[in-house]
Design a protein around this ligand. Sequence first.
Ligand SMILES: Cc1cc2nc3c(=O)[nH]c(=O)nc-3n(C[C@H](O)[C@H](O)[C@H](O)COP(=O)(O)O)c2cc1C
Length: 210
Amino acid sequence: MRILAVSGSLRRDSYNRALLSALPKLAPAGMAFDHFTDLGAVPPYDQDLEVDPPPAVVRWRAAVAAHKGIVLATPEYSRGLPGVVKNALDWASRPVQAPPLSGKAVLVLVATSGRALGYRSLGDAQSLLTGMRNIVVPAPEVVINSAETALVPDGDGWRLADPMAEAFVAIQLGLLADIVESGMAQLLEERFRARSAEVTALLTRAANGR
Ligand SMILES: Cc1cc2nc3c(=O)[nH]c(=O)nc-3n(C[C@H](O)[C@H](O)[C@H](O)COP(=O)(O)O)c2cc1C
């Protein structure tokens, strides 16, 4: 099972990037991660570019489309989801007939240097991704506070210092695998499209007086 791993921070020494490097050791057997590292190249959303999207957008959409499961590790900026992430979600929510970022299983993690912060970024991401018809792993929610001490070097990467935090992440990754394996996120999207078609046909018939 290949999961798309995305850091919502573009910073080289990002704690969120470090958190992503801690995941393989906590993941269930058979789960592996493909990292999308080109979010910084995705330009501001412009509907005029939909006809012929910039190459970075094509790459981003293709990476999302090629995976049934996604892990987003993101900071909180100014008490909310970073603009870079929101922008990428906007691009992946189109074209409206077949958005790449629908029908996915998504795990959102937040790492922050804040002490009791990060929950608004998590909430923003959960709300946006659910509204885009994805299934977001609901619990146990993971916000890593004081990331500068919560993450410690481990070989080539990083690990979480707190075993309880590790356990929560391991549970979340297990649930992510369960959602992907069950196909429930894809089923939700299929049912959405089928029901939308039914209702549209019904309304069209009503409008035509038949
Ligand atoms: C523009 C900006 C706004 C920030 N706002 C918040 C915030 O609202 N809440 C928070 O917990 N941390 C905030 N921070 C601190 C980040 O948690 C910290 O910079 C963190 O290291 C960012 O994640 P990264 O290490 O993955 O880049 C902010 C940082 C920046 C640069």
